[in-house]
Design a protein around this ligand. Sequence first.
Ligand SMILES: *Cc1c(COP(=O)(O)O)cnc(C)c1O
Ligand code: SF4
Length: 349
Amino acid sequence: MEPWQIILQDSITTLDDLKKHLDCDSTALGEVIANFPMRINPYFLKLIQSPGDPLWKQAVPDAAEIRDGICAVDPLAEEELSPVPNLVHKYPDRVLFLVSSQCAMYCRFCTRKRKVGTDRMRISEKTLAAGYGYLRNHPEIKEVLLSGGDPLLLSDDTIGAILENLRAIPSIEIIRIGTRVPSVLPMRITDRLVAILKAHHPLYINTHFNHPLEITKEASIACMKLADAGIPLGCQTVLLKGVNDNAATMKQLLQTLLRIRVKPYYLFQADLTRGTDHFRTATETGMTIMRSLYGHISGMAVPTFALDAPGGKGKIPLTPQYILEKGKTLLFENYKGEVCTYPEAGESI
Ligand SMILES: *Cc1c(COP(=O)(O)O)cnc(C)c1O
Ligand code: SF4
């Protein structure tokens, strides 16, 4: 076994393990874990500093997960939008292909908590083959996003085989991998894995950091190895109540990401996923945070704030309103709140 697999093996997965390691009120947690899997690996466990801190909230089950009666099991209608199992075809030219059911940690706020890490998520040679078949029959698909679960929890050989199968389809131009491994199990980014990924360019990775304390020495090294292999790195952060829902934390996160060569890509409004209602913020909170970013920090560090519309309707950018009035002259505010004007084309200046 590789070192990262040994670390993963020592994860907290049962209520008894949890009580041994963390001082939490375990009432109802048995029921939570029976519904939604738990995995807190030793690397992430060490990052937790105190009960209820931003890292604890992401990793440790909460009784609120089973009290949530508002949200939906599959809010993005992914199952309906899957022409073959585990392949979501929502947009014209790109698909989401779920190739792994496992993650290095089961995030409490996960959009796919209905199935990740459970036997409700079935991925096999057969589902993979059906996916390749669909892609071959749909040459309009130019980009495949590998996700799961976490694709980088698969073995090196399995990852290599998936990439080779995709590269054998001429219409697939871009491969994108969504992975939380750099933030929750950075030692998984081994030289051998990097060599396999590098052989299948153009390949992009979008990783997932939610809090500055996740950007450790180990995480920086993992990102450096990937970036040195010519893999452009993006980040998809989720806006989470009590974790990163204030401007200071968000700025620090985004600026630190840029320093480890990760370009913030999306900041997501939390989805309406059952079991995650306690993480949702008002959309205005995100908009206010975005206003504190534009112009105030490097534009390179500013992500697009987006909401994934319920029912599989797609991602909608949520942008603070800078335009005050539209007419022959556009009236708008700048980042400092100063009112400015811009005469439209053809108007006298
Ligand atoms: C988010 C998503 C994509 C990718 O969207 P981008 O805006 O290109 O990042 C593709 N397919 C599905 C089903 C998605 O949910
Ligand atoms: S790593 Fe991603 S897919 Fe896995 S539990 Fe966390 S959010 Fe969900």
